[in-house]
Design a protein around this ligand. Structure first.
Ligand SMILES: [Zn+2]
Length: 214
């Protein structure tokens, strides 16, 4: 079979949109992608750290991620969106190429996540000036946190301390579903107000569960 040109591949946008809010095959896990406007490697959560001030710059940042086949082309894998994820260069090089897609997915799911949410809760609280002044890749999440009450913040810190990043992102997905879904614009991503509502719902639900458990 002739090798297809790269432009036959789904775009970065199509891949991200397909996988956003979708559990990985054979797993309850989601990729560490909390915001379509803040692209991250689906395995490790790596993202470029340049500040993004325009839609064009954001597109460039997405292109810093490579389109990786789950089942390699050489093993008969299709250039279809459900067979492609976004990985940083390093993860792409390290990812397994076998005839069994489940092995690829297990590698993605077991990969230690290094990005995004971990450091967010190391801040002192919503009033920490670093929350408001930060302009790097997690700016949306930080601005969202700045909108929260101290109670919500404390609940989120408590949750974050006892779970993995992937488990925490799963709580965010469930919260999104409970509030009836959220919407996003490609290149803009979730607004900080939207992320704040998701965080609030995570915190509220957790406190409700604790009340019930009493
Ligand atoms: Zn990576």
């Amino acid at each position: 079979m002739a090798r297809l040109a790269d432009d036959a591949m789904p775009t970065h946008e199509e891949i991200a949109t397909y996988w956003y809010c979708r559990a990985l095959p054979g797993s309850d896990d989601y990729v560490p992608l909390i915001d379509l406007g803040e692209p991250e490697c689906f395995a490790c959560g790596w993202c470029r750290t340049e500040q993004v001030t325009s839609k064009k710059a954001l597109e460039k940042r997405w292109k810093g991620l490579e389109r990786a086949h789950v089942l390699a082309r050489s093993l008969g894998g299709a250039d279809a969106v459900e067979n492609i994820i976004l990985l940083c260069e390093r993860c792409h090089k390290e990812s397994p190429d076998t005839a069994d897609p489940q092995r690829f997915w297990r590698w993605v799911i077991d990969h230690p996540a290094s990005g995004s949410m971990g450091y967010v809760f190391q801040l002192e609280g919503p009033r920490d000036p670093r929350v408001r002044d930060y302009t790097g890749p997690q700016a949306h999440a930080l601005r969202a946190l700045a909108l929260l009450s101290s109670d919500d913040w404390e609940t989120l810190v408590e949750l974050q301390e006892k779970m993995t990043q992937k488990e925490f992102i799963r709580l965010m997905r469930e919260a999104e579903m409970r509030i009836g879904g959220v919407s996003t614009h490609w290149g803009i991503g979730l607004s900080s107000g939207t992320v704040a509502e998701i965080f609030r719902e995570v915190a509220r639900h957790h406190r409700d569960l604790q009340e019930e458990g009493r």
